[in-house]
Design a protein around this ligand. Structure first.
Ligand code: NAD
Ligand code: DAU
Length: 348
């Protein structure tokens, strides 16, 4: 819907203080001058306002701390006249879902249904469910996931994402809800929480701490730079066909152990830092994405090759040690309170 102050469209981004959401907010503010962004984020352990440093609140951007399950809050935000929703907010880490699944079901499934119902009532024009390739399960040595591959999630995390996808599908089928689903492979880039493979290994190596490789380290992931994910999401939101699923991938399959060795070599650290540890329970062996549908229909192509993307990503973590040291020390969690305390102080 039209926005009076910017003359453009209001887009509600959920989970915009997390890794991909924050990169998307930055991308959108730079590349879509006609958009006004409302960022709804609960600031769980994974949400970090330092990911949005340098972005001022004003006519084009507003941050709202809150839970996507809070229907009254979501209704209030949508009543401002929202054109589209890009739904990132989720519990996203597989290992945590193996420890305890409750929050995954609450946020990823219940939270998605709350958004769907509120968005239907508010007659939002476009709704993009940011899903994952993990809903397809695991591959053997050959083949790739296409949009018609049957869902076969293997972890509580991927099961909760698959359930959310089914709710979105049902809303489209039953109510004609204008929803789109994206399923992307593993992302890497700046502002990724250092519990995920690449930032964990980079920051451990920089600190001369052991690098925990699960099992034999020969599991394969298909890596995509987060900024390529952002352009794919914009293409789907703006030009995708409602009711459709679009896979997004980098055509860049790598074994975990090769990534770990590459990181150590780039940082000039010895392979003796590698520790093979007990494997993840139910560990998916291989993911690979066939992204020919988004390439042919929406003319999207990844722009960043892995060699330069991983180099610039490692450099980013080298140049932003305060950012990840704050996370590893737990200090970042007071950032919101400190920022707003400082604002209140300044306003006195
Ligand atoms: P993340 O864990 O870094 O960020 C998640 C964000 O959601 C955080 O800011 C958190 O505070 C917020 N959040 C969590 N629960 C919330 C709630 N109940 N209400 C409001 N906000 C809440 O995740 P990410 O890696 O940026 O992933 C974003 C989305 O993309 C997820 O839906 C994930 O499933 C999907 N995805 C991730 C990848 C990847 O490689 N990281 C790949 C494909 C798809
Ligand atoms: O494929 C998309 C998915 O990618 C997203 O949906 C998830 O939100 C995201 O977390 C990611 O899931 P993975 O489980 O693939 O990512 P993670 O970084 O946790 O692990 C990548 C691989 O590295 C995986 O095979 C497990 C392995 N690993 C991971 C960690 C954290 C290790 O060997 N050691 C580790 O310490």
């Amino acid at each position: 819907m039209h926005n009076e102050s910017t003359g453009g469209l209001t887009v509600l981004v959920t989970g915009g203080a997390g890794f991909i959401g924050a990169n998307f907010v930055r991308w959108a503010l730079a590349e879509r001058p006609e958009w006004r962004i409302v960022n709804l984020d609960k600031l769980t352990y994974a949400g970090n306002l330092e990911n949005l440093d340098g972005i001022e609140e004003g006519a084009r951007y507003r941050f709202v701390r809150g839970d996507i399950r809070d229907r009254q809050l979501v209704d209030r935000l949508l009543a401002e006249g929202v054109w589209g929703i890009v739904h990132f907010a989720a519990e996203s880490h597989v290992d945590r879902s193996i420890e305890s699944a409750t929050e995954f079901l609450e946020t990823n499934i219940v939270g998605t249904q709350v958004l769907i119902e509120a968005a239907r009532k508010a007659q939002v024009a476009r709704y993009l469910q940011v899903s994952t390739d993990e809903v397809y399960g695991s591959l053997g040595a050959e083949g790739k996931f296409s949009e018609t591959t049957p869902l076969a999630p293997n972890s509580p995390y991927s099961a909760s994402k698959a359930a959310a996808d089914m709710l979105v599908r049902a809303a489209f089928h039953t109510h004609g809800f204008p929803a789109l689903i994206s399923r992307c492979s593993n992302n890497y880039g700046p502002y990724q929480f250092p519990e995920k493979l690449i930032p964990l290994m980079v920051t451990n190596a920089m600190s001369d701490v052991a690098l925990p490789v699960y099992g034999d380290g020969c599991q394969v992931r298909d890596w995509l730079h987060v900024s390529d994910h952002c352009t794919a999401l914009a293409a789907i939101l703006e030009r995708g066909r409602p009711g459709e699923v679009y896979n997004i991938g980098g055509s860049n399959e790598m074994k975990n152990i090769d990534i770990v060795r590459l990181i150590l070599s780039a940082l000039g650290k010895p392979d003796t830092l590698i520790r093979h540890v007990t494997d993840r329970l139910g560990h998916d062996r291989r993911y690979a994405i066939d992204s020919s549908k988004i390439q042919s229909e929406l003319l999207w192509r990844p722009q960043i090759d892995f060699e330069s993307g991983i180099r610039s990503t490692i450099q980013w973590y080298q140049e932003n040690t305060r950012w990840w040291r704050n996370i590893k020390s737990g200090d970042y969690q007071g950032y919101y309170d400190r920022m707003y305390a400082a604002r209140l102080e300044a306003a006195r």
